[in-house]
Design a protein around this ligand. Structure first.
Ligand SMILES: Nc1nc2c(ncn2[C@@H]2O[C@H](COP(=O)(O)OP(=O)(O)OP(=O)(O)O)[C@@H](O)[C@H]2O)c(=O)[nH]1
Length: 400
């Protein structure tokens, strides 16, 4: 899913390679409608409080404005070539800066000023066109014009893209970061096919759609993914249960003595345990895991093979029990154990020497019976979990 925002870029590049005439014939509503499209995405991002998108939309709008005002003329005109050759440098440096530096909240004077500067700074390059005699830089004198320049540009695009992709893969980046990569790539790719009439509109469209896709995926993420464990949360579970097949099973899973664990080691270490569980369950095979709420998780199986399910659940239980959890925790004395104030103070603290802890989980599983409603199925799984707790914890209990 993280790569989805790159798809519009790939489609456009494929069309550029294999059907450029189709791109030229396709009636694109330009240029004002693209500003409207940017405005729409900006409005959506604002409503969803995803401010970082607004910086990138300001960046895109500035580039488009500069292209529309300065590059819709023959490259042979004085200054136009200089603008054409300075623009990729600006696009790349500003995109890197937007990615690397932490941006202030947009609704502060610093944020608003920065967004304005981002939007209008490429227009400064227009001075290369509008006031050639006063231009301070003239990249046209740095590189030879023509085909050699295009080839050099492609070499630079590919080199930067390879490094960028490596960084995104290394950080396991999400759709948001891939959409920004896509927008940067589209803007630069446009400069290599500048003579195709609607190329700038296509590049902008690709960039806007990439940013929009990432925004919608972010929305989906906020609605369905639990921030702490990275697992889908109860809302996602309920929509999955609505389409549960006849042959299926549900397991409720709960960390043993988690309250005591929290009280002893602090809320931060408790969170660490939930994160670890999230990782283990996410990598589990044969089921889909959800965070039901608190320290409870739900596993959904899409088959009803009792022995296989029991074996899988036992493996998960054993994997958790065997996992040595390395934590750094605060030192504390016995008195503070009972003090709520101290416990609150310890939240957010993770100091002193490291320690290895072990946790266990209990699991209760119910296999769906013919005609059984999912609420009833969940209830039976919950009862089985209760049985597992009652029988001494760290075990799997299968409902009858
Ligand atoms: N650290 C952390 N603790 C949480 C979170 N959500 C719920 N909890 C804690 O989980 C604990 C749940 O405790 P209980 O439901 O009493 O059950 P338990 O201590 O696990 O005992 P048994 O289930 O009987 O083994 C409470 O102390 C909650 O504060 C969370 O997101 N992070």
């Amino acid at each position: 899913m993280a790569f989805a925002p790159v798809l519009p870029l790939l489609c456009w590049l494929l069309a550029l390679c294999f059907a450029p005439q189709w791109l030229q014939q396709f009636p694109l509503p330009i240029p004002a409608s693209l500003y409207w499209a940017m405005g729409f995405v900006a409005l959506l991002a604002g409503i969803l409080r995803q401010w970082s998108w607004l910086y990138w939309l300001a960046w895109l709008a500035g580039i488009y404005l500069t292209i529309q005002s300065g590059l819709q003329r023959p490259l042979s005109e004085p200054g136009v070539l200089a603008l054409y050759q300075a623009l990729p440098v600006w696009i790349t440096l500003s995109a890197i800066a937007l990615n690397v530096f932490s941006l202030p909240p947009l609704l502060t004077w610093r944020g608003a000023l920065l967004a304005t500067v981002i939007a209008f700074s490429p227009c400064l390059l227009l001075f290369q066109v509008l006031a050639t005699p006063f231009s301070l830089i003239n990249p046209a004198t740095w590189f030879p014009a023509g085909l050699a320049y295009r080839h050099a540009l492609w070499v630079v695009i590919v080199a930067v893209a390879v490094i960028w992709i490596a960084v995104l893969r290394y950080h396991d980046s999400g759709a948001r970061d891939w959409s920004r990569f896509s927008a940067w790539f589209a803007c630069l790719a446009f400069l290599t096919v500048i003579e195709l009439p609607p190329a700038s509109a296509w590049a902008m469209l690709v960039s806007i759609v990439s940013l929009l896709m990432a925004l919608l995926l972010q929305l989906l993420h906020l609605a369905y993914i639990d921030e702490l464990t990275g697992l889908p949360q109860r809302r996602a579970l309920l929509s999955q249960l609505a389409h549960l097949g006849k042959r299926s099973a549900v397991t409720m899973l709960d960390v043993d003595h988690f309250k005591r664990f929290n009280d002893t080691h602090g809320h931060d270490v408790g969170d660490q345990v939930l994160r670890l569980l999230g990782r283990i369950l996410q990598s589990g095979r044969g089921f889909k895991a959800y965070r039901y709420g608190g320290e409870e998780f739900t596993l959904v199986f899409r088959h009803a093979q009792r022995d296989k399910i029991q074996q899988t659940l036992d493996e998960v239980r054993q994997q958790v029990a065997d996992y040595p959890l390395r934590v750094r925790e605060a030192k504390r004395d016995d008195k503070s154990r009972s003090s709520k104030q101290q416990a609150r103070k310890r939240r957010g603290q993770a100091q002193a020497g490291g320690k290895t802890l072990r946790i266990t989980i209990s699991l209760g599983c119910a296999i769906r019976q013919p005609g059984e409603h999912t609420e009833q199925l969940l209830k039976r799984a919950d009862e089985a979990l209760y049985q597992a707790k009652k029988a001494g914890r760290n075990r799997v209990s299968m409902a009858k």
